[in-house]
Design a protein around this ligand. Sequence first.
Ligand SMILES: Cc1cc2nc3c(=O)[nH]c(=O)nc-3n(C[C@H](O)[C@H](O)[C@H](O)COP(=O)(O)OP(=O)(O)OC[C@H]3O[C@@H](n4cnc5c(N)ncnc54)[C@H](O)[C@@H]3O)c2cc1C
Length: 383
Amino acid sequence: MRARADVVIIGGGVAGCAIAYHLAQKGCNNVILLERHYLTSGATGTCPGGIRFQLATEIKVQLVKASAEILRHLRQEAQYHHDLELKWGGYLILAYSPEQLEILRKNVALQRSLGIGVNLITPEEAREIVPQLHTEGLWGAAFHGGDGQASPFHVTHAFAQAAQRRGVAICTNTVVTDIQTRGDRVTGVITDKGAIATSKVVNAAGLEANRIGTMVGVDIPLSAERLECCITEPVEPFIEPFVISFWPFFGCLQRPTGNLFLIGAASGLPEGLDAEPSCQFLLEVAPLLVRALPALRNASIIRQWVGLVPTSPDEHPILGPVPQVRGFYVVAGLSGQGFMLSPIIGKLMAEAILGEEPSIAIDKLDLGRFERGERIEPPFPLV
Ligand SMILES: Cc1cc2nc3c(=O)[nH]c(=O)nc-3n(C[C@H](O)[C@H](O)[C@H](O)COP(=O)(O)OP(=O)(O)OC[C@H]3O[C@@H](n4cnc5c(N)ncnc54)[C@H](O)[C@@H]3O)c2cc1C
């Protein structure tokens, strides 16, 4: 391991790897990325990789638009040899009550005002898009055909491999145990494999970002939202869009490989970092999925796991430098949109680290907003 770096990134999830990629693209390649396990071993490797423009605030929509542009060109620009499994099949968001439909109506109005071609549709129209959909009890849906999905594994590795080719050192199985400071400045990082002298540290440690923050006396407010996921054996083409309900939360998407990715949240489970899959998930969520998509009754599940979403208090990312510790940057609390937003977050963080003009203003997403009482409140309750 190198003993000195211009920038040390902690965390080999999609966010850390995207930052490494954009730094290297800008010619900053004396960079070390430290990952305690393997790349994608955190939240990134548990998520379905959904990309949706149907988001509740202007800043998120702005970020996802820019991310989608990066993703469209990533395979070529990163000279990545595998398919990113990028597919623009849309998101169909279901409403099972007049109140839910009203929330979708307001969201659709907001998103359309931001140039997103999303539509509020009837149950019959939803069924034309997804012939497998059972519409009993359905009041309507929101649909945007330009939403999509990609493989979190391939996207993360595409960023990481391109960064490595440009000189970034990626050290897996390397745990950050402390951060050194002198006065109010970062001076180095201590790992279980040795020390690295540096003046810039990026904390992209996912749910561990709070623990990393305490190493320099900074409190990063995070909680873990527990979701459960299953993957089925591959089946014939079944659904194009990601079919999802937020109330209660469940969803199904089909991977380009044919496997169905099922996701949901069960009630009454322990909070915190418990990552044991539960029977309750299947008992509660499977009936909801089968009600919406009856053909799922015959699907064979081959794996079930828990994913912990690193969630900030206002479900918006926490981004940027921390003024009280010079050289310390936070990229945390990416919440339920961390995969889709990381491609542009990587670029914005690289700009911040290199002192460049930001391509999108992110000062309102700083850590200080919680102390100032300036949380970002979505106008309507949709994340
Ligand atoms: C079930 C589920 C479904 C989701 N669905 C979507 C979706 O459809 N679309 C979407 O955009 N987002 C989704 N998300 C959210 C998204 O997965 C996360 O926001 C995103 O992956 C966070 O990326 P990250 O790089 O910040 O964190 P992580 O992927 O958690 O990476 C952090 C890394 O830091 C490492 N680390 C921690 N401590 C240390 C240390 N001391 N030393 C070295 N390394 C350390 C960890 O091992 C980890 O690999 C979902 C999340 C879950 C759990």
